[in-house]
Design a protein around this ligand. Structure first.
Ligand SMILES: Nc1ncnc2c1ncn2[C@@H]1O[C@H](COP(=O)(O)OP(=O)(O)O)[C@@H](O)[C@H]1O
Ligand SMILES: [Mg+2]
Length: 394
């Protein structure tokens, strides 16, 4: 849940796009100050890396960096993680426990997915930012004061959330002192070859295989792809390619199905076209490559890259950037993969098992709860070759 980082951070960001060059300079400048930083950008763009770089280049580097992801944590837990609790404050609280804010004295606290905080927790955080005082859960007065630097991140459009009444504007102003807006990878395509090269070398070393050469066509396809999971997804894809090709040159046909499908429309030629047909999921022909691309991509980000439903789907659905039809499609993919088992689906989409009820009531509320029965009898075509399923078990 919370991570106190001790490992060596990345030395710098990889990329030569103007966006990355500017980001490097902004990190330097932010690390010379002590001001709060708000980092925005899609999932996998490097928000957490940026937070680490700021901390490690700052005067606080010798002290701790504590990271907490606010998504999917119920209020009570989030509050006690941050502020600690006193003995007897809830069932199971056998002793006093310090919160994370106390665990990084003179250090940095990174709150990820801050846009997921409930309005009640937003008030609690705001109160802390105004006073610097820590009041443990169950205590009747403040316990101590701490000096920490706060860095927050979100993949939500906070301005839209403010307009919708879901995020407090006064908290937003507090957090948004220095602002980093990291563009998605598809908007800085020139970084793709460098990142691919970097991860090819890194994973070849890790897995002890000779460095792989990526052919020009394969690189074109990688550059044409939309990368919904951004650099996290690219890193994953490169690792799979390195393992699959074991040092021989990488051709278009070696790329994963989702990239081939996207490339099919860009790259003419037999290799990609036939590979597309072979690699496409064996779902209804009508679905393949049609209006469900976004839902399919999001499902892949969860299933293959370990991203949580609460951080990749939930926020964009709530901000109305994802339709009900798309959400139903995502649930459908999940049920197809799990033979109609919602409990397994919760795990498949990287939610905690305790989220089961919350997840189902969320689906019901938005009329996206599909009856599981029809996924129980598994048609042969799904057993044979759903791409999602194959990669999941790989
Ligand atoms: N510019 C970059 N150079 C090198 N690696 C990066 C870069 N941006 C992101 N990464 C890597 O991509 C992955 C996702 O980054 P992360 O910071 O966790 O994304 P986010 O917090 O935005 O979801 C991590 O493994 C990180 O090391
Ligand atoms: Mg993150």
């Amino acid at each position: 849940m919370a991570i106190v980082t001790t490992r060596q951070p990345e030395v710098r960001l990889i990329g030569r796009s103007p966006a990355i060059v500017a980001l490097e300079a902004e990190i330097d400048s932010a690390s010379r100050s002590d001001a709060k930083v708000l980092i925005t950008g899609e999932t996998g763009v490097g928000k957490e890396v940026v937070s680490r770089l700021i901390h490690h280049r700052s005067a606080r580097a010798a002290a701790g960096l504590v990271t907490l992801n606010c998504a999917g944590l119920p209020d009570s837990l989030l509050e006690s993680e941050l502020f600690g609790h006193v003995r007897g404050s809830f069932t199971g609280a056998y002793r006093d426990k310090p919160g994370l804010l106390e665990m990084a004295p003179n250090g940095t606290v990174f709150l990820d997915e801050v846009g997921e905080m409930s309005t009640r927790m937003q008030v609690v955080l705001l109160r802390f930012l105004e006073s610097g005082e820590i009041q443990r859960v169950g205590a009747d007065r403040s316990h101590t004061r701490v000096n920490v630097r706060l860095i927050t991140a979100t993949n939500r459009d906070l301005q839209a959330q403010i307009n919708a009444g879901a995020f407090r504007e006064d908290l937003y102003f507090r957090l948004n002192v220095i602002r980093f807006a990291i563009p998605p990878l598809r908007e800085r395509v020139e970084d793709v070859p460098l990142l691919v090269d970097h991860y090819v070398n890194a994973f070849s070393q890790t897995h002890k295989v000779p460095p792989t050469e990526i052919t020009a066509e394969a690189l074109d396809a990688l550059m044409a792809y939309r990368w919904p999971g951004n650099i996290r997804e690219l890193k994953n894809v490169v690792e799979r390619i390195v393992l699959k090709t074991c040092g021989r040159p990488v051709h278009v046909a070696d790329l994963p199905p989702e990239i081939l499908r996207a490339a099919g429309t860009v790259i003419a030629g037999g290799a990609s076209a036939s590979a597309t047909a072979a690699g496409a999921p064996a779902g209804d022909g009508a679905d393949a490559g049609s209006g469900f691309a976004r839902a399919d991509e999001l499902a892949a980000v969860m299933i293959k890259q370990g991203e949580s439903f609460w951080s990749v789907v939930y926020p964009i659905f709530m901000s109305r950037d994802l339709t009900r039809t798309d959400l139903r499609r995502i649930v459908q993919i999940g049920l197809e993969t799990t033979n109609g088992n919602y409990r397994l689906l919760v795990e498949l989409f990287n939610m905690s098992t305790q989220d089961y009820k919350r997840f189902l009531s969320f689906l019901r509320k938005h009329d996206c709860h599909l009856p599981f029965q029809r996924f129980r009898a598994v048609p042969a075509r799904l057993q044979a070759g759903s791409a999602v399923k194959t990669n999941q078990s790989a």
